[in-house]
Design a protein around this ligand. Structure first.
Ligand SMILES: NC(=O)c1ccc[n+]([C@@H]2O[C@H](COP(=O)([O-])OP(=O)(O)OC[C@H]3O[C@@H](n4cnc5c(N)ncnc54)[C@H](OP(=O)(O)O)[C@@H]3O)[C@@H](O)[C@H]2O)c1
Length: 287
């Protein structure tokens, strides 16, 4: 039985509509090129419409896991598909694995603190994630390849894509964690001082430093770059005909590129051009 008839799991008409409309998402995010207003993360500010960062992040990213898992479970039955090829399950598994890290582990367990997120940003991210999970989930669960013959001749590309995906995912986690370490180490220092000198623990909300390890030596947003490689590899696994994976990659870059460029400007204003040095925003030596 469908959870929401026609929508969850998506009917073909719903899936086609979402997949088509989602291609135009870069027209929405293009607004970021003309305004630096982004009430989240480094550029968050006090507002009655702010939501607590960690919980907002978890709620806005969770549709990815829930929609993908439910669509993979329910759609094949609705379409009378007895079993899906392993490649479909592998792609769904990669997607869910990434978002378990991003939505649950990263936000709730690993990040020492997260700035508040404005309702507007949270609603935009929730919509993005819902459309994306419906689009990719629908393709994987019945509206894309459904037999091993549909994947024929693609084994080596899939294998290379999987290796690339794995390294990029690790790169994304490594650089996310380098940012976390800035606040974790500050918190350790504060605790030591509290024990030795009885100083109060101030907390690490909104504490920023210039990260220096890994690709942070060359760019200020290597976690973004690694994530782009991750979803480029995902598209490679799905193949050129996997429109939902291509749309996802294009939409991510169009959303995150202006963020990274404005983020570099933020670092220059906060720490000075000299301390930022030759580091680019997101593409070493270029951008
Ligand atoms: N933003 C997007 O549109 C988007 C889209 C898709 C995927 N992602 C992925 O989600 C992850 C997080 O993205 P994001 O945009 O939130 O990244 P971000 O702005 O770099 O922030 C990541 C985390 O690190 C903290 N942080 C950032 N810079 C810091 C610094 N210089 N010193 C100390 N702590 C610092 C942030 O704290 P505060 O919250 O307090 O600033 C936040 O908790 C990335 O891996 C990215 O690839 C982001």
């Amino acid at each position: 039985m469908a959870l929401i008839p026609g929508i969850l799991p998506p009917s073909r008409a719903t899936w086609e509509l979402v997949t088509t409309c989602f291609k135009f998402f870069p027209l929405v995010t293009a607004a970021q090129w003309i305004t630096a207003w982004y009430p989240s993360g480094k550029t968050s500010y006090d507002s009655p419409l702010n939501l607590p960062g960690k919980w907002a992040w978890t709620v806005m990213e969770s549709p990815t896991i829930l929609i993908m898992a439910y669509t993979m479970y329910a759609l094949p039955t609705e379409l009378h598909i007895s079993s899906l090829p392993w490649a479909n399950w592998t792609m769904a598994g990669l997607y869910i694995l990434h978002y378990i890290y991003r939505a649950w582990l990263s936000a709730l367990l690993l990040n020492p603190s997260m700035s508040p997120i404005h309702l507007f940003v949270a609603a935009g991210a929730f919509t993005f994630n819902t459309c994306n999970a419906l689009s990719i989930g629908g393709w994987l669960a019945g509206y894309g390849p459904t037999t091993v013959h549909d994947w024929a001749g693609r084994l080596y590309t899939i294998e290379i894509g999987l290796v690339l995906w794995g390294w990029s995912f690790m790169g994304n986690i490594f650089h996310d964690d380098d940012l976390r370490e800035i606040r974790r180490s500050a918190l350790r220092r504060q605790r030591e001082q509290a024990e030795k000198e009885g100083k109060p623990i101030e907390g690490v909300e909104k504490l920023y430093m210039i990260p220096k390890n890994g690709l942070f030596r060359y760019i200020l947003f290597p976690h973004y770059l690694c994530e782009w490689f991750e979803w480029a590899a995902f598209w490679m696994i799905g193949g050129l005909g996997c429109t939902p994976a291509r749309t996802f990659l294009v939409n991510e870059v169009s959303t995150m590129l202006p963020r990274a460029i404005q983020g570099r400007q933020w670092y220059v204003e906060k720490f000075g051009a000299e301390r930022v040095g030759n580091r680019k925003a997101v593409i070493p030596g270029l951008l």
